[in-house]
Ligand binder design. Sequence first.
Ligand code: BG6
Length: 471
Amino acid sequence: MITVDPFDLVIFGGTGDLAARKLIPAMYHRHCAGQLPEQARIIALGRKDLGRDGYLDAIIDKSRALITEQYFDAAQWQDGDFARLADYLLDTRDRVRIFYLSTSPNLFAGICQRLAHSNLALPNSRVVLEKPLGRDLRSADEINACVESVFSEKQIYRIDHYLGKEAVQNMLALRFGNSIFEPLWSHGKIRDVQITLAEQIGVEGRGEFYDSTGTLRDMVQNHLMQLLCIIAMEPPISMDADNVRDEKLKVIRSLEPFTPETVITNAVRGQYQAGVVGGNPVPGYRQEPGIDADSRTETFVALKARINNWRWSGVPFYLRTGKRMPEYVSEVVINFFSLPHSIYPSSDGVDSANRLYIRLQPHEAIELHLMAKQAGDRNILKPVKLDLDLAGQNERHLDAYERLLMDVVRGNQTLFVRRDELNAAWQWVEPIMNTWAALDKAPEAYEAGTAGPAAAHDLITRDERSWIEDY
Ligand code: BG6
């Protein structure tokens, strides 16, 4: 394993949920893999003064127990803290310095300004910004402008951890490392594309954050749209960061804009009610701690999207994501057209259309569903799976954060979101947010443990298609 150069990683929000669940474990795994040099340092900053040992105890407890997210109190960040940090980092001015802002986005600008005032933002510094970045285009733009008054775009890493998932890397490799898929990758061959990000968990103690955010901002504007870009983008000139991001941006710009009318017909929002998930009874969203008793925040979104360009003209993209679904399933399904004419006797009820699955959860895998002949003396077909996941079954897949943190250390921005991409994504979801906000209506209720509200089913069945369910 090649080690990276020594670096300092400073985590703002070091006592928070993301640090405990993802960032510290990611560094731990990279350490075990022998990738971190001995001189590398992780400096965790939080509003509690726990001391080194206290922090280590707390993080070990938290990483095991996954306790709730904590928020930062801007007022608690004093210039003195930054002066102490500056002292601490004094001897390592020449090394790569990463500031990971795992705090509420309304603190990003203030933290960056204080970093600048304390002379901590050097040319070799990098800043990582967690999602969702802002609440809408305007707030995102304001935050980005403040951050960019301190750091250049080349120093800013807007993270979307879905881009660090192994299956997403594999999807790129499949499309751009092989010649056989390209002729199949367009209208005429592909009937529709479905992306499902379904979670069993509810808001998990993040009630306050979630209630003011909702699924559209938490999952659609970032994770779902990034996956859609990876599937739909044209081959980039190279894997260089800007070439990849130029192509993703073109996809977002080609998305048909929603109007108030199409939001009504092509966008569905839902909110879970009490039900049973994985055999356990769970409360409804409005009964969760930190949630307003009359909340109209959505916990489920389904959309029908269209990409108005040469490749994708006429191909619907059906997107859905929600909490308290029956299973933890994240996947992309590429549905190819059925045979124009079958010469085989029909195998009752068997859907013969070819289908490519890119599975992100619960296991990362890529599968191609084909028809093959059943053994025997008759010509009867049966569906078979070609498993294209080339990573060994027992090999440990890197967690998305491991991969992405190492990319920040190495200075590779390919899997990070550029400002214009982020703006374009906000621009696309804004009419949905605005139309929903203007409607005097609660999201449609769905029972926890079911696949979302009835309208999500109608969204696709009225096009004579159905969600490909693995549950
Ligand atoms: C986060 C969202 O970005 O992604 C969470 O804020 C969500 O609400 C999580 O649970 C899902 O990530 P993963 O990797 O578990 O699918």
